[in-house]
Design a protein around this ligand. Structure first.
Ligand code: NAD
Length: 233
């Protein structure tokens, strides 16, 4: 039995990753702080764990759900993330810390707790962002996603040769997160994408699925940009 743990699976990119990993034959253990995860789990015939990845009781709930499944997971996808954008003058210490806590602290803590339980040959995929290269108003988010890459590389070294650890860095993807942006900002960003359209959640899910698969058995510590070419444009 091959189990995949996906955080932030209630909606958006996390939900698409869950769908794609189910197609690849994984049993799903789906984590989200939102109750939407119950619905996703019902539809994809997985197990829902309603948990906050930044809270001690949330972490304990995830670890005990993994233990109860009776199998070490083959895949962990650290996808849950938040934004709290603001212009520099309005970027508060609280907004800075909140984003780092979820986006960077979450993957670090969850991987620390689950790595010993993952099957030999297993894979961790962390969701970074093209925003780590710099985006207006994303001082906190950019730092957190750049940090995810640093953590990915350190984890890849720490957990080799037993586990592989890689990151996917999406560009602008159509989800609730980007629908919350002012439309003129969103349109400006889309105009900067060489492939001339926003990404879809399944574009990111496909990249994650490849890194999680045996086909990527010789790939660790890498960042795969799925951003329509915007990382170098
Ligand atoms: P989203 O807001 O639609 O979904 C994120 C999910 O994570 C939500 O269901 C939310 O409840 C969950 N979540 C948030 N905090 C949590 C916590 N503390 N514990 C457990 N669950 C939590 O976002 P999305 O667009 O699907 O983004 C998914 C990931 O991809 C994030 O890490 C995001 O930073 C990254 N990303 C998104 C884009 C984009 O354009 N949408 C681009 C680059 C990177």
């Amino acid at each position: 039995m091959s189990i995949a743990v996906v955080t932030g699976a209630g909606r958006g990119i996390g939900r698409a990753i869950a769908e794609r990993l189910a197609t690849d034959g994984h049993q799903l253990l789906l984590v989200d702080v939102s109750e939407a995860v119950e619905e996703t789990a019902r539809e994809l015939e997985g197990t829902a764990v309603r948990a906050d990845i930044t809270a001690a009781d949330g972490m304990a709930a995830i670890v005990s759900a993994v233990r109860e499944s009776g199998h070490g997971p083959a895949v962990l996808v650290n996808n849950a993330g938040i934004t709290r954008d603001a212009i520099l003058r309005r970027m508060t210490e609280a907004d800075f810390r909140a984003v780092l806590r979820v986006n960077l602290g979450g993957p670090l803590a969850l991987t620390r707790e689950l790595a010993p339980l993952l099957q030999d040959g297993g894979a961790v995929v962390n969701i970074s962002s093209r925003a780590q290269l710099g985006n207006v108003g994303q001082f906190n988010y950019g730092v957190s996603k750049g940090g995810v890459i640093g953590v990915t590389r350190a984890m890849a070294l720490a957990l080799a040769p037993r586990l592989r650890v890689n990151a996917v860095a999406p560009g602008f993807v159509e989800t609730e997160m980007t629908r919350a942006m002012p439309s003129e900002v969103a349109q400006r960003v889309v105009r900067q994408i060489p492939l001339a359209e926003p990404g879809q959640p399944m574009d990111i899910a496909n990249a994650v699925a490849w890194l999680a698969s045996h086909e990527a058995r010789y790939v660790t510590g890498q960042v795969l940009y799925s951003c329509g070419g915007r990382s170098f444009a």
